[in-house]
Design a protein around this ligand. Sequence first.
Ligand SMILES: [Zn+2]
Ligand SMILES: [Zn+2]
Length: 401
Amino acid sequence: MASEIQPHPQARKPCLLNKIDAFQEVVSSAVIIPKEDGVISVSEDRTVRVWLKRDSGQYWPSVYQVLPSQCSCMSFNPETRRLSLGMDTGSICVRRPLHSEIDPSSCFCVPAAHQSRVTVVLFVLEMEWLLSTGQDKNFTWHCSESGQQLGTYHTAAWVTGLQFDVETRHAFVGDQSGQVTILKLEQDSCSLVTTFKGHTGNVTALCWDPIQRVLFSGSSDHSIIMWDIGGRKGTAIELQGHNDKVQGLCYASHTRQLISCSCDGGIVIWNMDVTRQETPEWLDSDSCQKCEQPFFWNFKQMWDSKKIGLRQHHCRKCGQAVCGKCSSKRSTIPLMGFEFEVRVCDSCHESITDEDRAPTATFHDSKHNVVYMHYEATTGNLLSSGTDKVIKIWDMNPVVS
Ligand SMILES: [Zn+2]
Ligand SMILES: [Zn+2]
């Protein structure tokens, strides 16, 4: 009822432009090629396909290659048209799939980059580096010209998200333990800068905005955390707007929007022009900080006052420890990242105005269970791949009303 107020009238809605549904298997990874109006897809049937948009408006297969083994991840660089493929076997293959005749000099393979499945591969043109992580818990970087290994770092758990800042040569590595590690890379060595812990589930996606110097991490715990690295104050803001595992994240810098999607098909567009606040630390108390009734472990006060112990709850706005009676109301607190209703104490509930409750994100349904997403900034198009073996292409540009 409070969400009727819309202070941002430029609400954008993803508009479905195209579908590619000619797959036998789930497409595990895919990218939009901006100039050719094409899509590169890699699917579980070991194929790499290039789809080009015809005059009819439909995408048709133009290149079809069968790989020696299953591809687990990829990275496409539109400038060099270089496609880096991480394989199930631990090798990395580099090729230019748009060339009708494959030039052998532009196609090479790093046979044993990892001892098992490559989980993320990232090509960095500026450094001529090929960064990768694997199920062997190694983060490695290779020269993208010679294929020679330059360095390696052993991570605490399998890595599922990887981003790189070209300017400062920092790598952001998100893993299955929910931790994000920051490494400073040199040509052939690296040093640990710091680690961030904030998620209760695996890190499933990372996204780095080099302009604002903000890192976003998505997790299987349904949350996204925005780590303000440039601000140097250690601010971390939690964004709660998904009902399922966060599966993909991307930042549209020209519109200052974060786009996130979850397993259940939810797409959330976050307005990042809004200044959000950090959530408070939860306070510890042996009795309700409002009505002073003892909590159930406080036997002494329960005995002294002949009262029944109560269960402890926390107000999401002030962090106070309160009983159920003193926190019976729920509210969204969008400026703290809570786009869903959460528990608040009665006094905080009164202090939250309808204006405070205005959503700072919009919620959409892609109508398929998303396994992968890719956002192409120059066209403003988003690609989602689902368990239904369909690729959908969405126009994310503002709807002019
Ligand atoms: Zn109380
Ligand atoms: Zn409160």
